[in-house]
Design a protein around this ligand. Structure first.
Ligand code: SAM
Length: 248
């Protein structure tokens, strides 16, 4: 039986107190409709993007992975299923985590996936612990992206891999215009209507707009000490997967 419990946490306990902030409140509020809206608003592409990101981690057996901003644990479950790996999921929204925990329990995967509350900017985890770390659609929400990337670097083992999946915009002018019409005008209205949350789905395009993309985000990874940094655009550039390695 693999040990998945408190020793991995920095302070020696598994449920650090997480103070609330508006982003956390927003994810707590939309949590019940989050999975449904993801599938609907991305026309099902979200599952393909997550699988493509998990592929980049090359999940082979007996590895320990971090899924940061795990939300409802889709990436954590995919990782654990794929390579029979162990996964620690961390997120600061307790409502998202509760839904994730229900999914883990429903699949009887409690021995391979464990979810903890925690903030990306101050991970409650020991240094040099994980073989790989991933965050899907989490990074653009981090209050201090540089600090969060340094934290991921800290908890990875030497040669550990980082994979970040985040939204971006198509480069092609016409496609970008069409996509932004949907993403900035139609999606917020649908999201507000279905989630019942006033701002969450206008926050989405706003946060994607200000997130550093392409070479800019690659520079942040390099600045935190990652090597062999690269990125690959998916679906005409609607999302991008960034990768890097911690120095051996
Ligand atoms: C868009 S959801 C993505 C969830 C999941 N990774 C997925 O692929 O569906 C963003 C998640 O990031 C979490 N989050 C945002 N900022 C965070 C932070 N600073 N620390 C920890 N979690 C954070 C939110 O609570 C939310 O669950």
């Amino acid at each position: 039986m693999l040990d998945m419990s408190p020793p991995q946490t920095k302070q020696g306990f598994s449920a650090p107190v997480v103070r609330t902030n508006p982003i956390q409140d927003m994810f707590n509020a939309v949590a019940p409709r989050y999975d449904f809206l993801n599938g609907l608003l991305s026309a099902g592409f979200d599952r393909y993007w997550r699988k493509a990101a998990v592929n980049k981690l090359e999940p082979i057996a007996n590895r320990l992975f971090l899924d940061l901003a795990t939300g409802t644990a889709d990436i954590a479950l995919e990782l654990a299923l794929r390579g029979k790996s162990r996964v620690i999921g961390v997120d600061f929204s307790t409502a998202m985590l509760e839904l994730g925990k229900n999914k883990v329990k429903a699949r009887n995967m409690q021995s391979s996936v464990q979810l903890f509350p925690g903030a990306a900017e101050n991970l409650p985890l020991k240094s040099n612990t994980f073989d790989g770390a991933i965050s899907a659609f989490g990074a653009r929400n981090f209050a201090d992206i540089n600090h969060a990337i340094h934290e991921i670097h800290r908890v990875l083992k030497p040669q550990g891999k980082i994979v970040i999946l985040e939204f971006s915009f198509p480069r092609n002018g016409f496609l970008q215009w069409l996509y932004r019409l949907y993403f900035e005008k139609i999606l917020p209205v649908m999201g507000r209507w279905i989630s019942g949350h006033k701002n969450a789905y206008s926050y989405l395009p706003d946060s994607v707009g200000t997130f550093p993309k392409g070479e800019k985000f690659a520079s942040i990874l390099k600045g935190a000490g990652f090597e062999s940094v690269g990125f690959k655009e998916l679906t005409f550039g609607i999302t991008t997967i960034y990768t890097g390695l911690k120095h051996a």
